[in-house]
Design a protein around this ligand. Structure first.
Ligand SMILES: *Cc1c(COP(=O)(O)O)cnc(C)c1O
Length: 431
């Protein structure tokens, strides 16, 4: 399997190159040259474990670059936690928060870290991974790479725009993890990272790579749990998946899964008030806006990068509309949903998962269907206890893997939203 850039289909690279580069030189995004047929997995899927499914899918993308033994090691050392579906009132939640940082980004981040680990063996130069985060990416990547030999991770996060717990998870790690608190928004952080990748002075002296959802090695493992969710259903009817979306990596992995052969009837791309994609589906005009702060802050993205991949799959707007519905919900609706779900199901949703359930509920209200609906539960509610607890007047139990981090000292360095500052920092510390 080779990978092309969304900006030039003709020059193809290997998985290794696509992973190490992160972003193609022409500023496009890497795409697999074809989406592999995985229908053979579907037949006996109920008897497969998440790890079995992960291996069978990973092998389709990685087999030109790695031996089966290597692929098995990558899967077994990264997919170490589960992704159960839990039945609520009218749909299932796919719980993707059983990993080390309690968010779905652990899947992509730990798979990518183990892939990189295989790739830098025998490298005499350190690899430096740049990550812009709106909260969860940074912590997942930092934890995925913590202590991995030969690799530094440099994380940029927007000052005062992520939760206290997220900041702790990003800024308290030592060893090979470095964090920068940027006086700006997530989009500013993302822009600084993109500028660094396009800057000649930096690239001639520092070996850079990325770990955002733009990296293809993060996207591939996100398909694993769509298949695993389906495997857990009793009745194997095509599924309606609701995906709480920010940078649209998760939805892209869902679209890949559908093209791999997973029976999916419909996607719901549920967003918070940042409604660039819902507006696009409605009007046909792609008109990104600066991001707006909401309580589901990991989805505060004004110009979602992965839409270019989705548009690369769906060349036609009508085909896209046929497969994907997209709606935006505000913070009041999100709060109401959290309270309703506690009342109805005795289940505490985090704000991101609540947005996804709002999407399911809107779909079920507008459409009669017997197909099962599954919404992606992307974070554990305790990560957002500062917004949820005041609403519900009870404290949320914090899993022990999160508790350990809370008492540690913040180590991040503050920088301005200025490329010169960022570039000076990189050149003086990592050359
Ligand atoms: C990142 C994130 C999202 C959005 O996922 P994308 O792939 O960027 O669309 C949703 N929920 C949580 C908790 C996240 O961390």
């Amino acid at each position: 399997m080779k990978f092309y850039s969304t900006n030039s289909k003709h020059s193809k690279v290997s998985f290794k190159v696509a992973t190490m580069q992160g972003l193609p030189k022409d500023n496009g995004l890497y795409m697999p040259e074809y989406i592999p047929d995985c229908t053979s997995i579907i037949k006996g899927i109920s008897s497969l474990s998440l790890q079995d499914i992960s291996f069978l899918i990973a092998e389709k993308y990685l087999s030109e670059d790695f031996s089966n033994a290597d692929i098995e090691q990558i899967v077994d050392s990264s997919i170490t936690f589960s992704a159960p579906i839990v039945k609520l009132d009218n749909s299932y939640i796919l719980e993707l928060f059983h990993g080390p940082t309690l968010a779905f980004k652990d899947f992509g981040a730990s798979f990518m870290a183990r892939t990189f680990e295989k790739l830098v063996v025998n490298n005499n130069k350190h690899l430096n991974i740049l990550v812009a985060t709106s909260g969860d990416t940074g912590s997942a990547v930092a934890n995925g790479f913590y202590g991995v030999e030969g690799i530094n991770v440099i994380i940029l996060y927007p000052s005062n725009k992520i939760s206290k717990i997220q900041e702790k998870q990003i800024s308290t790690l030592d060893k090979n993890i470095y964090s920068l608190e940027v006086d700006g928004t997530f989009d500013d952080c993302q822009k600084l990272v993109k500028q660094a990748f396009l800057n000649d002075e930096i690239n001639t002296s520092i070996l850079l790579s990325s770990a955002n959802s733009i990296n293809i090695s993060r996207l591939i493992p996100q398909s694993f749990y769509y298949f695993y969710a389906y495997s857990q259903l009793q009745e194997k009817n095509p599924v309606i998946f609701s995906v709480p979306s920010g940078n649209f990596g998760n939805l892209t992995a869902g679209v890949f899964s559908k093209y791999m052969g997973l029976p999916i009837k419909k996607f719901i791309a549920a967003t918070n008030f940042n409604d660039t994609v819902p507006r696009f589906l409605k009007t046909g005009l792609y008109n990104p806006k600066p991001s707006i702060e909401t309580m589901s802050n990991a989805m505060d993205v004004g110009n979602p990068s992965n839409m270019r991949r989705i548009l690369d799959v769906y060349k036609d707007l009508e085909l896209l509309r046929n497969d994907i519905s997209s709606w935006s919900f505000d913070d009041n609706q999100t709060k109401e949903q959290i309270l309703n779900t506690i009342e109805k199901d005795n289940y505490i949703l985090d704000p991101h998962s609540a947005v996804a359930l709002l999407g399911v509920n809107k779909f079920l209200k507008d459409n009669k269907t017997n197909n099962p609906s599954i919404f992606l539960g992307t974070a554990h509610p305790s990560k957002f206890s500062d917004v949820i607890e005041p609403m519900i007047n009870t404290s949320i139990k914090i899993p022990s893997r999160l508790k350990n981090m809370i008492n540690k000292e913040k180590r991040s360095i503050k920088i301005n939203n200025d490329f010169k500052d960022f570039s000076d920092y990189l050149l003086s510390n990592f050359k």
